[in-house]
Write a protein of this length. Structure first.
Length: 253
């Protein structure tokens, strides 16, 4: 499988996810659900690496993606200076995506996975409050919360289907991607999901830069020396891990 085929797989799953919301009149007001292609790529890591994959895994991936779409829709209500009507529509969109993920898994008789993911969403909500309340969380605790928020449903999916060995790569890559986006947005004085809400992160941006460098270097080494990942997957992961750095270098000349 080459890069073109990997891209095709990711795009096909993206279309499958969008198909689940195609009949929603909410699309006329809120647009298509937010689907992070990098997150989707790392969710599909076992499939791209040649693991056995059937219809249940496919349905579960779509459900996981809809969970993140629901969370993103609800985040927009908090982050945007929207009118009351727009806020209500975003809430409805998030609720709709949540209902669709539940419906998909229930139809596939994955009631146990629904329970696991429901607990997971509750945990994400709890960790998001760390960036709103006034308690003193450490830098390490906040970075850990970011990683959980960005990857926990995928971790549960991988554990559920016994793709245990992929969890580390996925979690580190998604944490790295999130931190890079946060730093880039913060330095452009744009809205961020985490930094602007936390005095600890704002006062330790230099530590975030160091954390990014440490994670990236370690992850690239682990990917390249992995006995689990096939060569085409190693190349695809490293390309995505370093993409943001390359773009930054080009932008800065």
């Amino acid at each position: 499988m080459n890069e073109s085929m990997i891209t095709q797989q990711v795009e096909q799953y993206k279309r499958d996810i969008l198909m689940q919301t195609r009949q929603s009149t909410l699309l006329n007001y809120t647009g298509a659900p937010i689907i992070d292609e990098e997150r989707l790529f790392f969710t599909l890591l076992p499939l791209l690496n040649g693991e056995d994959w059937n219809e249940s895994e496919r349905i579960s991936v779509i459900a996981i993606s809809l969970i993140f779409s629901a969370l993103a829709a609800h985040d927009l209500v908090k982050e945007q200076n929207a009118t009351s009507r727009e806020q209500q529509l975003q809430v409805l969109a998030g609720d709709y995506y949540s209902g669709k993920y539940y419906q998909l898994l229930a139809k596939d008789k994955k009631i146990d996975l629904i329970r696991i993911l429901s607990e997971c969403v509750a945990s994400i909500t709890e960790h998001k409050t760390r960036f709103y309340d006034q308690q003193n969380y450490t830098f390490e605790q906040l970075v850990g919360s970011i990683q959980l928020i960005e990857s926990k449903p995928i971790e549960q999916f991988m554990e559920y289907y016994s793709f245990h060995e992929y969890v580390f790569f996925m979690k580190e890559a998604l944490l790295l991607a999130s931190l890079k986006k946060e730093i880039a947005a913060y330095e452009r004085m744009e809205v961020t999901l985490y930094i602007n809400k936390s005095s600890v992160l704002k006062s330790n941006v230099n530590l975030l830069h160091a954390e990014i460098k440490k994670i990236e270097n370690s992850l690239i080494h682990d990917v390249r020396t992995s006995e689990l990942l096939k060569d085409h997957v190693k190349h695809a992961v490293v390309e995505r891990v370093t993409k943001c750095s390359l773009e930054t270098q080009l932008r800065e000349g």
